[in-house]
Design a protein. Structure first.
Length: 294
C-alpha cells in the first residue's frame, strides 16, 4: 500500500509528534508513505471563509499533485481532510468550475481529473490496514488502561459529504483503541467540540468548552484521552495547563495521538513517537505501558 503523505500547515509548524508517530508506525503496518512534494496549504479555514474560489484552487492543487504521482492522498489533519474531501466533492459535481480550476492549474502543468481518493489516518488504519493486522502488531498490550476516544468535529461533520466515520455514532477510533488491548469506554461528551475554531478570536470560551470534556474524563475515571486531530491536540494537550488555571481545577489528563499510542503498543521507543513533545502528563501512560521504565 502506497499513499501520498499530505501534512498540511499545523503539523509541519508545531505538531511534529503526529508526523513522527505516523512515520514510525505506518511502514511497520505495510503502508509506504511518499511525501507530497511542492504541496501547499489546503486553504482551510481562512480562505474557505473569505475567498471560496481561492480555497477550491488551493485544495485542488494538492489533489492534482497526488494524481500526478498516481497515488491516493493521506491527510493526517481533520481540517485538511474535510477541505480536500469537500473540494473534491464540489469539483466532481461542477464541470464548469473544474474546467476553470484546471485552466489555472495548467500553468504549473497540473490537472485535476477526479481520480484521487482522500484518506484520513482513521480510515487507513481501520479500513485499509484493518483491526486484525493491528492486533497482530501489538507487542505490549495496553491492558488495564481506560482511554477516552476524541474524534474532533471535522472527521464526522459535515455529514453531507462522505466522512471517515458515521456522523451520528462513530466507532472506528474505539475499535482501534481496543485492538491495542485498552478499554475505550463511552462518556456523554464523546462527540463534543474542543472549541479550537474559536481560539483565534475568543480564547477564554475555548478553555471553558474544552474544560467540560476534561472534567467528564476525570469524573468517569479515564486514564487518558486519544485523538487524531492536530487542532484538538493543541487544545487538550498543549493548553491543558491554561484550562486548569482558568477553571481552577488540576485535570492531569494524558493526551496522545492514536499513532503515538499505537507505537507504544508496538514497542517503539517513546521519543521516536514524539512523546517527549507532548505537554500533558503522558509519562504516566508510558510508565504503565513499559512496566515502570522511564
Amino acid at each position: 500500500m502506497k499513499l501520498a503523505l499530505y501534512l498540511g500547515c499545523t503539523i509541519q509548524t508545531e505538531q511534529y509528534a503526529y508526523e513522527l508517530s505516523v512515520r514510525e508506525t505506518f511502514p511497520r503496518l505495510g503502508v509506504e508513505l511518499v511525501d507530497l512534494k511542492e504541496a501547499g496549504c489546503c486553504g482551510f479555514p481562512s480562505f474557505r471563509n473569505t475567498n471560496p474560489l481561492a480555497w477550491v484552487y488551493l485544495s485542488a492543487r494538492n489533489l492534482a499533485l497526488a494524481e500526478g504521482m498516481n497515488l491516493d492522498i493521506l491527510a493526517l489533519c481533520n481540517g485538511c481532510h474535510v477541505s480536500l474531501s469537500e473540494v473534491k466533492h464540489i469539483l466532481d459535481e461542477d464541470d464548469s468550475l473544474k474546467s476553470y480550476i484546471n485552466s489555472v492549474l495548467s500553468k504549473e502543468g497540473l490537472k485535476y481529473n477526479g481520480k484521487v481518493k482522500v484518506f484520513h489516518t482513521l480510515q487507513v488504519l481501520h479500513d485499509l490496514v484493518g483491526v486484525d493486522r493491528i492486533k497482530e502488531a501489538v507487542e505490549t498490550p495496553l491492558s488495564g488502561l481506560k482511554l477516552a476516544a476524541h474524534y474532533g468535529c471535522h472527521i464526522i461533520r459535515p455529514s453531507k459529504i462522505p466522512r471517515p466515520d458515521d456522523p451520528e455514532n462513530p466507532r472506528k477510533l474505539e475499535r482501534l483503541i481496543e485492538a491495542l488491548g485498552a478499554e475505550a469506554a463511552e462518556y456523554p461528551e464523546r462527540l463534543d467540540c474542543c472549541g479550537s475554531g474559536l481560539a483565534s478570536v475568543r480564547g477564554k470560551p475555548v478553555l471553558s468548552i474544552a474544560g467540560e470534556k476534561l472534567k467528564s474524563l476525570k469524573v468517569h475515571g479515564f486514564d487518558g484521552m486519544v485523538d487524531v486531530c492536530p487542532f484538538c491536540h493543541k487544545i487538550y494537550d498543549g493548553r491543558q495547563r491554561a484550562i486548569s488555571l482558568a477553571l481552577g481545577e488540576d485535570f492531569g489528563i494524558p493526551v496522545m495521538y492514536y499513532t503515538q499510542l499505537l507505537g507504544l503498543a508496538m514497542g517503539i521507543e517513546p521519543n521516536r513517537l514524539g512523546l517527549n513533545l507532548n505537554l500533558s502528563p503522558v509519562d504516566a501512560i508510558i510508565r504503565r505501558v513499559r512496566g515502570g521504565e522511564g
